[in-house]
Design a binder for this molecule. Structure first.
Ligand code: G3P
Ligand code: CA
Length: 279
């Protein structure tokens, strides 16, 4: 599906269409693709037996009915957990009238709604999307598997023919991290993969618009953009793309458009696309 947008700005589904569907489930990503998202964001962690899974937190406690660190659990153990039902609290709030009814129905019997998602399965979904969909993969740090995460990630991308694009601008995948070290490892092994340096605050040594060596894309939080719009202009003048997270409110979308931001990462891809004048 293509969108006749008023503004060209890439819309990236943060953890899938995570406002409505349980984050990082296959169902959330399927919904984001159906909603017309240009790209999908996911966090990756390595399990104790070496599988890359899409889970945000260090521990599984918030988003599943299990307990413990992802890095200490094996994939079979994660597969036995329910990663979807926690989200039904949202549906209950909607029924009680506190929130808008979600445009998505949770079906606990459907494993796509409740299973842990491997990065491999997400790559298959994207390959079968029927239209170009980009992927923004975030390596989560600190982790006991530092170094191995990046190695496994590049191996897996290599298997899908995605690890060595001719140039960063031609890549369907980008790697994001708050860890400059992680991005450095990626760049050393895969120099043409684009990298995004995520920022929760602006470090004094980067205030002039520079990024860690070799990193082309800045990933400031929406809070930075609201409080330091001049910094975004500086990044753009320095020749960097700017990808902002997490942009859920219309006024924030408008500010990003005004500043010439290149991508917005949102939990609500459908609503943002509608706001931007898409179908
Ligand atoms: O897309 C970047 C953003 O996801 C970083 O924050 O905590 O949601 O992973 P977090
Ligand atoms: Ca993330």
């Amino acid at each position: 599906m293509t969108h006749a947008r008023q503004h060209h700005i890439q819309v990236v589904a943060h953890r899938g269409a995570s406002e409505e569907a349980p984050e990082h489930t296959l169902a959330a990503y399927r919904k984001a693709i159906e909603d017309g998202a240009d790209a999908l964001e996911c966090d990756v962690r390595l399990t104790a037996d070496g599988h890359l899974v899409c889970v945000h937190d260090r521990r599984v406690n918030r988003t599943s009915n299990g307990r413990g660190a992802v890095s200490a659990l094996e994939l079979a153990e994660l597969n036995a957990l329910d990663f979807g039902s926690w989200k039904t609290r949202r549906a209950a709030r909607a029924r009680a009238g506190d929130e808008e009814e979600p445009d998505w129905e949770f079906r606990p019997e459907d494993r796509e709604h409740t299973s842990v998602l491997t990065l491999e399965r997400l790559l298959e979904l994207v390959a079968d999307a029927g239209r170009p969909v980009e992927l923004a993969i975030e390596t989560k740090h600190p982790t006991r598997w530092a170094g191995q995460v990046e190695e496994r990630l590049l191996d897996l991308l290599g298997r899908f023919g995605l690890a060595a694009p001719p140039a960063p601008a031609e890549s369907a995948v980008r790697i994001m991290s708050f860890s400059a070290r992680s991005l450095h490892r990626v760049r050393a092994a895969a120099p043409t993969l684009p990298t995004v340096y995520l920022m929760q605050f602006v470090s004094p040594r980067l205030r002039d618009g520079r990024l860690p060596v070799g990193v082309g894309i800045a990933g400031p939080s929406m809070r930075i953009v609201r409080s330091h719009p001049a910094y975004v202009r500086r990044l753009k003048r320095a020749g960097h793309q700017v990808h902002v997270w997490t942009v859920n409110e219309s006024s924030d979308v408008d500010l990003c458009v005004e500043l010439g931001v290149d991508a917005i990462i949102t939990n609500r891809p459908k609503a943002v696309l509608r706001h931007l004048g898409g179908v």
